[in-house]
Design a binder for this molecule. Structure first.
Ligand SMILES: [Zn+2]
Length: 164
């Protein structure tokens, strides 16, 4: 069975015969549930109607986003580095073309994600490129598909001790 992807926010959920009844990300007051109710898709359905577009922002910095827009219009940034490429944030669509292009650029050494709106299908990106995903430990409850590729990091100084 395929994984289920929330069409509103792009978050992926475990493979089940029926989509979940709710999306916990969309249920949060910072997001929304569409008036027509929650809608779901799968990776193959998503790939059937969407493609990923690339934009070169700097010499070694690329933006990847999905066309037509999907979820909340997330984008991922791919930073090329002599020590390995980093994907900052993530998007739901990982099609064959994207896999081939990322591999041609040297693959990924790590994925780091700013906040749960970008968790999307990070598990599939991590497995496709055999790299870890680094998430802040405070956001662990927002991971809907736990995966051994996900590493939760803690700040070295407790946030309560940081003066802004
Ligand atoms: Zn959602």
């Amino acid at each position: 069975m395929p994984i289920q992807i929330c069409s509103t926010c792009g978050t992926s959920y475990p493979d089940t015969a029926e989509p979940p009844s709710r999306c916990l990300i969309c249920d949060d007051e910072r997001q929304y549930v569409p008036r027509a109710g929650q809608a779901w898709t799968t990776p193959s359905k998503l790939a059937g109607g969407h493609v990923n577009a690339w934009r070169q922002l700097e010499t070694d910095l690329f933006e990847i986003h999905t066309q037509p827009q999907f979820g909340i219009g997330q984008r991922a940034l791919l930073l090329r580095s002599p020590k390995g490429n980093i994907l900052w944030d993530c998007i739901a669509l990982l099609d064959d073309a994207t896999k081939a292009l990322v591999r041609a650029l040297g693959g990924l050494k790590a994925i780091a994600i700013s906040h749960p709106h970008y968790y999307t299908c990070m598990q599939d990106w991590a497995r496709a490129f055999d790299c870890p995903v680094h998430l802040h430990a405070a956001d662990a409850d927002w991971v809907m598909r736990p995966d051994s590729m996900i590493h939760h990091w803690e700040p070295m100084v407790p946030m309560a001790a940081v003066r802004f």
